[in-house]
Design a binder for this molecule. Structure first.
Ligand code: ZN
Length: 134
């Protein structure tokens, strides 16, 4: 079952160009920077209520974020909903003909497990389901 909006991913060309806006102007709590090697992404994380804002910078030219930036430029990249059981969530979505990018959960930032749904099933919004470590 989906419990809350876990985080919002925003694609940027450079984390350092944007951290000060979120940290010093919006004055969100800056949690830190984390690198997710297998996704070729570096993320600057901010906490706002129960939700995080994650700025996403590519660490390689073949990173999904680099491809997104090339096609669409900087901006909103994805919404991530937190589930209490990601396997059950994916199974339910599959049964309801939702197109999945990830058939199985994989490792995400903050020791979460994540899976992406295809934007063609979600009104063109890249959507992630995540589960925090149980
Ligand atoms: Zn995410």
């Amino acid at each position: 079952m989906i419990k809350k909006l876990n985080h919002i991913g925003i694609a940027v060309n450079s984390l350092t160009d944007h951290i000060s806006f979120y940290r010093d102007i919006l004055q969100l709590k800056f949690v830190g920077i984390e690198e997710i090697a297998d996704q070729k992404v570096k993320t600057a994380i901010f906490q706002v209520g129960e939700t995080r804002i994650e700025l996403l910078e590519a660490t390689a030219p073949d990173s999904p974020i680099a491809q997104f930036l090339e096609k669409r430029g900087e901006g909103l990249h994805h919404l991530a909903y937190q589930s209490d059981n990601i396997e059950r969530e994916l199974q339910f979505l599959r049964e309801h003909n939702v197109a999945l990018i990830d058939e199985k959960p994989r490792g995400g930032a903050h020791h979460t497990r994540i899976a992406f749904l295809h934007p063609k099933s979600t009104g063109k919004v890249l959507t992630e389901i995540c589960e925090e470590k149980r």
